[in-house]
Write a protein that binds this ligand. Structure first.
Ligand code: ADP
Ligand code: MG
Length: 149
């Protein structure tokens, strides 16, 4: 288990960290082929979407990446590979994650980022990069903890 921890002080800084992690992950062509999964955890407003935006911009995606809370999944074409952004906030049961096809998404080449990943239960693969966001009311500070096997 590898663990990294950062404190960021602005949305830009959080997006920058996403870019760093992405660059790291993209160094392995096998990982891209297998599907790189960022499992994102944290309360509303803690920075998950901001992190996903950082990934998109590092992939050269110019479209505005908004939270897919209502439509569950957005898909973008990046310069190097595709990016799928999933938000499970509205998911009621892990079984429903199966129904919307998140396994297929995660196992496709490219990048998948999943907000509220805990709602997918054990569908999240072992190779996932887990990113936890902690915030305190009224502060711009975010504690970001990254864990991976
Ligand atoms: P989530 O997707 O976890 O609900 P968002 O990324 O949509 O959260 O929102 C995070 C909010 O917090 C944004 O309004 C952003 O501007 C603000 N913010 C303030 N400081 C930070 C920081 N250090 N990192 C990320 N977002 C921050
Ligand atoms: Mg969000």
């Amino acid at each position: 288990m590898m663990e990294t921890q950062w404190t960021t002080h602005s949305p830009e800084e959080t997006a920058e960290k996403a870019g760093l992690l992405l660059k790291d992950a993209l160094a392995s062509p096998q990982a891209i082929q297998a599907g790189i999964v960022f499992a994102l955890y944290g309360d509303l407003g803690s920075g998950k979407t901001c992190f996903a935006q950082g990934i998109a911009s590092a992939l050269g995606i110019r479209q505005v990446v908004t939270s897919p809370t209502f439509i569950i999944m957005n898909e973008y074409r990046g310069t190097l590979c595709g990016f799928r952004h999933i938000d499970l906030y509205r998911l009621e049961r892990p079984e429903d994650a199966l129904a919307i096809g998140i396994e297929e998404c995660m196992d496709s080449p490219g990048i998948t980022a999943i907000e509220w990943a805990e709602r997918a239960g054990d569908l999240i693969p072992d190779r996932a990069i887990h990113v936890r966001f902690q915030s305190q009311p009224g502060l711009d500070e975010r504690l970001i903890t990254v864990q991976r096997k």
